[in-house]
Design a protein. Structure first.
Length: 724
């Protein structure tokens, strides 16, 4: 299982001060470190593997800067990555490397540098985990309080990088509900730049905990040196860039210490979340491919290399208006289209308080027999009879004040004693106190009871629709309230670890009002995430584009919606375009099939059949983003390559008379191989375009490119490229 903030190395070295050099390498990248007599660990270089430590040193380009700058040890004008208030009030730490250890762990080598404070009883272990076959190095720390009294972690970043100044640009994902993952790109200028999220429970709406640093000017998709960083944490975070009038930028990433100056008890060790770092000379797409490969093969995504089923989710088709007859009808329809899974969303539970809207019932995870007289058993039976799997929605971390759970356990909700409750969704929603072991047991039991009673459940959609608005815990002592934001997520991770230990195979979707929890803190336990509550296909071209910067296609749930679509003011988009957009991720459908036109039904059936052929390439292939919708060229295009096959997607994003459309120059192919193009998901009633069946070399496709016919508004094409 992926190592999380809960894991502790549990090793102590008692050697004398160590000095020397270490090279930490992946196939194409390296990090060069050294320590002098009595010094802390120094970072000299991070980048391509094309140089030696001696060259970096001889050329005078070694940074020779603390790998983990501690307050009191670095120049005060520099920002620290670590600041601890010791029991006697001392705010400084001066770390000296005692030694380092290396061990093989799966497909990686883990280096741990043990550093001891020169004055205080404190040990800090700094880790680097370098993968043998993926260009990712993870870094994190363990802070061990050896004192007899508690200390306060005022700042405890997971990692820090030194980057040479030049024309450095940063790109991170910004957004909101229904408009997630908009890449925001800007040059890094003098001063401090901070990207943070304070939602408390969900950290990928607004600003997300990943970033790319393009070292050669304005970022490009397929060329240029780019560093990628993803903080593997589901709570509040802070990414900081500090640029002084010197020659370096400093990049820091970690848990946001605001309202979270963590109290660490004596003899306890705090492990920070991992920060995953990658470096590519192949532009932003190169960084994305490294993260995708790492997620799928190194434990960052629970699904790994597996592909996701084609599913129908009931939410946008019915909202809360579910009953047994409608569930069975939806199952019949999705099975008829060739789908593989049906998911019953919100609205199925509540006894005393039926869940008919969002104002009640969260916490009361019992079937509403008025809606589902045969219970869940009748539904799993119906799914089996139709040859499909069954899935169900829960939101176990939350409670409504109008619920039996809240009546029995009002103290389980996060709250500030004596203050009015701030209520979320539906005017009654609260977040449960995941720091409390009793609440952790309850949340585990919600999942466990469902799975024990209905072992045929193949899929759970785990939702979280609230931020932490009441900062207070009835469980944490008054002098530990500031640990709440962090302990909430450590509690959540404990529950997820219990669930995965018992249920390694059930597919779990990570959902939080859409893409609010697309992060690598949670994905080691989840198989996929719901990318957005906005399923408008044109807007999804943009949302999925940004999401793909860091997350692989088999993690990204993309559903065909109904039109006119309320979220974008009643926009109507042809079903062919809607299918083609959803086909570029984990395909699903999010509508009432009963209301579909004959054309829509036929197109979806074609789409599902063709997607099954393309699915291994899309969901587990290498992504190359070709034409960005943000560049406003009228067309967006991306492709996936796996072995000598590829899937190419082209979407017309603007439409006007006399429009010059760009050529689509492909990438990632073998120049010497000849590929046959076959158009897929051809529009119902039309023939494949003239390019279908033609053969071209990889060289031609990448150097010259294709002029793809895209005449009408919302035209789109999907091609399969095969090499035999
Ligand atoms: C928010 C999710 O993003 C939706 O997909 C849906 O599950 C609703 N919650 C249900 O309340």
């Amino acid at each position: 299982m992926f190592v999380t903030a809960l894991a502790v190395w549990g090793m102590s070295l008692n050697t004398n001060a160590w000095k020397g050099e270490v090279t930490i390498a992946t196939p194409n990248t390296q990090l060069l470190l050294h320590a002098d007599e009595n010094s802390d660990l120094r970072m000299d270089y991070y980048g391509s593997r094309s140089c030696t430590a001696a060259e970096v040193r001889d050329a005078g380009t070694a940074f020779n800067y603390p790998a983990l700058p501690a307050f009191g040890a670095v120049d005060m004008v520099q920002l620290p990555a670590l600041q601890i208030q010791h029991a006697d009030g001392d705010l400084s730490s001066e770390l000296k490397v005692e030694g380092y250890d290396v061990k093989e762990e799966g497909n990686a080598k883990v280096y741990v540098f043990t550093m001891r404070d020169k004055l205080q009883p404190l040990v800090v272990r700094l880790f680097y985990k370098a993968y043998h076959d993926v260009d990712v190095i993870e870094t994190w720390t363990e802070i061990e309080n050896l004192a007899k009294k508690a200390v306060t972690l005022k700042r405890y970043d997971s990692g820090h990088l030194v980057i040479r100044q030049g024309d450095v640009w940063i790109t991170h994902l910004h957004g909101d509900w229904a408009a997630e993952a908009e890449p925001t790109t800007e040059p890094l200028k003098a001063g401090v730049k901070v990207i943070r999220n304070s939602d408390g429970a969900r950290n990928a709406h607004l600003d997300a905990p990943e970033v790319m640093l393009s070292l050669d000017g304005r970022p490009q998709e397929n060329q240029g040196r780019v560093i990628g960083a993803a903080l593997c944490w589901s709570g509040n975070f802070e990414l900081r860039f500090n640029t002084l009038l010197k020659k370096e930028h400093h990049f820091f990433a970690g848990i946001d210490p605001q309202s979270s100056e963590y109290v660490l008890d004596p003899k306890q060790t705090f492990a920070t979340p991992h920060l995953a770092l990658t470096f590519s000379t192949k532009g932003m797409s190169g960084v994305s491919r490294a993260f995708h490969r790492w997620a799928r093969t190194c434990g960052g995504l629970h699904r790994g290399m597996k592909v996701g089923d084609i599913l129908l989710n009931s939410w946008e088709g019915l909202y809360f208006d579910i009953n047994e007859e409608r569930m069975v009808q939806m199952m019949t329809d999705i099975a008829a289209f060739g789908g593989e899974l049906f998911v019953m969303d919100d609205g199925w539970f509540g006894d005393k308080y039926p869940r008919n809207n969002d104002t009640s019932s969260l916490g009361d995870w019992v079937v509403d027999k008025r809606k589902l007289p045969g219970g869940i058993k009748a539904l799993t039976d119906a799914a089996r009879e139709r040859g499909i799997k069954f899935g169900i929605w829960i939101e176990p971390e939350c409670v409504n004040t109008k619920s039996e759970l809240f009546e029995q356990h009002p103290e389980w909700a996060l709250q500030v004693k004596g203050r009015d409750l701030k209520l979320g969704r539906g005017g009654t929603q609260l977040v449960l106190d995941m720091t409390n072991p009793k609440v952790q047991d309850f949340v585990f039991k919600v999942f466990d009871d469902l799975m024990t009673q209905y072992p045929e459940i193949a899929y759970i959609k785990w939702d979280a629709n609230a931020s932490i608005q009441n900062y207070g815990s009835t469980y944490l002592p008054k002098d530990r309230q500031q640990n709440l934001y962090v302990d909430y997520h450590l509690g959540l991770l404990k529950v997820l670890q219990r669930i995965r230990a018992k249920y390694p195979d059930v597919v779990i979707q990570d959902c939080a009002s859409g893409g609010g929890r697309a992060n690598y803190g949670l994905l080691p336990y989840f198989d996929e995430f719901w990318a957005s509550d906005n399923t408008d296909a044109l807007q999804r071209v943009y949302i999925q584009w940004g999401t793909s910067y860091f997350f692989p296609a088999n993690a990204m749930a993309c559903h065909i919606n109904h039109c006119p679509y309320w979220n974008t003011g009643g926009r109507v988009i042809p079903v062919k375009f809607r299918c083609d957009v959803a086909m570029s991720g984990r395909l699903g459908i999010e509508l009432q099939p009963k209301d579909m036109t004959d054309e829509e039904r036929r197109q979806c059936t074609t789409c599902f059949a063709d997607y099954k052929q393309l699915r291994p390439i899309v969901q587990t292939g290498d992504l190359y983003r070709l034409l960005s919708p943000y560049d406003r060229k009228g067309v967006a295009s991306l492709m996936y390559v796996k072995d000598n096959a590829a899937a190419l997607f082209i979407y017309k994003t603007d439409n006007y008379y006399n429009q010059p459309l760009p050529r689509i120059r492909l990438a990632g192919l073998d120049p010497a191989v000849t590929y046959t193009l076959t158009e897929k998901n051809v529009r119902v009633g039309q023939r494949p375009c003239a390019l279908s069946g033609k053969r071209f070399t990889g060289r031609f496709l990448m150097d010259v490119g294709l002029e793809v016919p895209l005449r009408e508004e919302y035209a789109s094409r999907v091609f399969e490229l095969t090499s035999n």
